[in-house]
Design a protein around this ligand. Structure first.
Ligand code: NAD
Ligand code: ZN
Length: 346
């Protein structure tokens, strides 16, 4: 089969590799029907993620058809259409028992395309298939479901739920890439009074409006703190969701929120950000952060199946698997190509 193989910083190839086989009795081998590329894959390709070593097949998001299951797999059968989650869950360790699948110590967590071979391939071995795949509901497309492999639960759990977005809130979302847009979409489910999207890129601010932002701010031209104060009698946003992953935007979020407000950090930071603890302390600001757990995937699948969220609009580009490298090129030049999510299908 063919797969995208990482060969050290800046180097990848679409090449022939051995097809995966069942290794543990809890595994499934899934034929990948549609797969996408994540901003985190670009971090890996820069060499920012040390755990990913030469020869690793990338990718942690897929929808596919189960080809084979191990003898211990109970809920998944050959022929089933499944969502392969970015987080694998052993289902029985102390973290999995409380839904913190991202922290699994039973052999799961973020492993696909990271510590084991991933989904950017014609076939993938999925460990703990019973607790790491989800049946695709009737009446939805592969593409829609694929948006729930990572970005959907990430924006919703780590942004909206950690930030405790509540009716009437003024919510600032800093960064309107796929993750920030899914936070905007998720925040809207809670009837906020205003969702304000802050992004440097014109195309991303435009996308934010289409995803339901009431107002957008270009931080290069406007003082976002002042705009938010203007909307809130001088107090600041109730919730600020950081969906970029650089120190300046985290610090902007901390400055944007009102006393008693919440900062939900979603971005993956390559370096430290400053914490003005005295200022945060005196204002009772709560800060949350974390790797996605994907405990909300069943909820999001229900919202999708009942047409309460529109996930199709994330997909801006489509490619056949043989053009996988072109798909990467389009995604990595998002500022020029306007790419949000790029879907590669067999
Ligand atoms: P992306 O690169 O597509 O989007 C980031 C957006 O931030 C872009 O639209 C860009 O224009 C904007 N931006 C950059 N610098 C800015 C600045 N100084 N001020 C305002 N806007 C700025 O990324 P994405 O795929 O949407 O992911 C967002 C972040 O979430 C990344 O750091 C990614 O690694 C992270 N992530 C976290 C998890 C998790 O488990 N917590 C999971 C997946 C992704
Ligand atoms: Zn576990």
């Amino acid at each position: 089969m063919h797969a995208i193989v990482y060969h050290g910083p800046g180097r990848k190839a679409w090449k022939e590799v051995p097809k995966p086989v069942i290794e543990e009795d809890t595994d499934a081998v899934v034929k990948v029907d549609s797969v996408t590329i994540c901003g985190t894959d670009l971090h890996i390709l820069k060499g920012d993620v040390a755990a990913v070593t030469d020869g690793r097949i990338l990718g942690h998001e897929a929808v596919g058809t189960v080809e084979q299951v191990g003898s211990g797999v109970k809920n998944v059968r050959p022929g089933d259409r499944v969502l392969v989650s970015c987080i694998t869950a052993c289902g029985s360790c102390r973290f999995c028992r409380e839904g913190s699948y991202g922290q699994c110590i039973g052999g799961g967590g973020w492993i696909l395309g990271h510590r084991i071979d991933g989904t950017q391939a014609e076939y993938v071995r999925v460990p703990f298939a019973d607790t790491s795949t989800y049946p695709v509901p009737e009446g939805v497309t592969d593409e829609e479901v694929l948006m729930l492999a990572d970005i959907g639960p990430t924006g919703y759990e780590v942004g909206v739920l950690n930030g405790r977005v509540s009716p009437g809130d003024v919510v600032a979302v800093v960064g309107a890439g796929p993750v920030g847009l899914s936070a905007i979409m998720g925040a809207k489910l809670f009837s906020p009074s205003h969702v304000v999207a802050i992004d440097l890129a014109d195309a991303r601010r435009e996308a934010a409006k289409q995803f339901g932002a009431d107002l957008t701010i270009d931080p290069a031209r406007e003082d976002a703190v002042e705009v938010l104060r203007g909307l809130t009698d001088g107090l600041g946003a109730d919730v600020a969701i950081e969906a970029v992953g650089v120190a300046a935007t985290f610090e902007l979020c901390a400055a944007l929120v009102r006393p008693g407000g919440r900062v939900a950090n979603v971005g993956v930071h390559g370096g430290p950000a400053s914490l003005d603890l005295e200022n945060l302390w005196i204002r009772n600001v709560t800060i949350t952060t974390g790797l996605v757990d994907t405990y909300s995937t069943p909820t999001l699948l229900k919202l999708l199946a009942t047409h309460q969220v529109d996930l199709a609009r994330f997909v801006t580009h489509r490619f056949p698997m043989d053009d996988f490298l072109e798909a990467y090129d389009t995604f990595s030049r998002a500022a020029d190509t306007g790419a949000l999510k790029v879907v590669v299908s067999s």
